[in-house]
Design a binder for this molecule. Sequence first.
Ligand code: DMJ
Length: 473
Amino acid sequence: MTSASEPSGCLALRFFASVALIVSAFVIAVPAQAVDRKLLTEQVKGEFTHAWNGYKKHAWGNDDLKPLSKSFHNWYAEPLLMTPVDALDTMYLMGMKAEADATRKYITDTLKFDKDIYVQNFEITIRILGGLLSAHQLTGDKKLLAMAEDLGTRLLPVFDSPTGLPYKNVNLKTGKTRGEISNPAETGTLIIEFGTLSKLTGKPIFYDKAKRALVETYKRRSPIGLVGTRINVETGQWTNTGSHLSAEIDSYYEYLLKCSILFGDTDCRSMWEDSITKINTYLADEGENMSKKNVSGPIVIGELWYGHADMNTGMRTATTTGALDAFFPAVLALDGDLNRARALQDSMFKMWQVHGIEPEVYNYKTGKVEHAGYPLRPEIVESTYYLYQYTKDPKYLVMGKRMWEDFVKHCRTDTGYAHLKSVVTKEKSDAMQSFLFAETFKYFYLLFAPENTLDFKMVVFNTEAHPIRRTWK
Ligand code: DMJ
């Protein structure tokens, strides 16, 4: 390990030598081969339908299917139709119009938010609010927008803290809040959904509250420009100063960039530009030719990872990454940094290949899995789709095909798809989160489907893969 007084720049350079040794032990197995996109597109749609039918048979009206016990799980005392709402826009994109229309009618007839339950603002925003808004834009169904406005209004009390940073939970009926220890992902991943709600309803309050939460998070960055893992929304003090791109921070950065693209918000742009510089300074373990955004020469394989550092000192605290971190090649590509995006995607695919499916936490210095679970996460597929969109390099189709085959092989059950307890043993666990439908199947489908399925350049995906179009001036 490293000495506590060593500057992080030297650390990064010295560290790269050991990283290079580890990664050179793996071979990027992306052989040139024809990819039958039509067949894969049909397979993805078929597997989506298989899991959807499992949900309908064993869990209809509830949040999630439990695919091993063939029962269901609800997040709260009353269901919020997580799976149908998350799945709806994917059905439309897959051309399942009759099924989608029936599901949409079920949602608009059944789902009410006047419920005496404390919900997690972040999860409800990205899944339900995002799902309703996206489906509204795809169909023009005004009932979906009315539902989104009702839900957004019920969530607004979260922002009534002394700092403007949102509480984690709110009671949908009473508006009471709780959960003062939050994190950047939860305080800063709201503006696409709340902002879109403002644009579509003409009511600025949603945009303004979510923007303030994003700015207040950014304002509390350390003197070297990093954010930590946990923050008290009442005092504004950090309670955990670990900085990284993983759980509890990840989509905060994603939304800084996407806010600037979707809304043309120049504050978001400058917050993003400052943040990405600091990320690349303190979190990256990288080789020499990573500093230019779009080098034309060949990429040096496997020379980029992002680790953990203390937000105040910049000292490396862990050399771990994982399934959640795999969203970052997509963000880099969206920002135009294709050199880093490609290199990082190669690293993530190496992580996938160690056990034939990616773990939740992987130490890229030791090559060891530190948390072996795989809850059907989409991020690495998302990044494969972005990389293919920006480069049209068939390598990403081959990469996606490999992942798809592994995913089906290890996670499919007779009634749906199951989380893996361990990517090492491939033992399954009895859960199937709704982002399987919103994200994992959607990104696999869009990767292989005809280019006119969705105009990639015309949408911004929220962090739950619900596409939002800028339909306002
Ligand atoms: C999803 O709910 C979102 O992508 C979120 O940003 C991170 N976690 C899951 C998928 O892994």
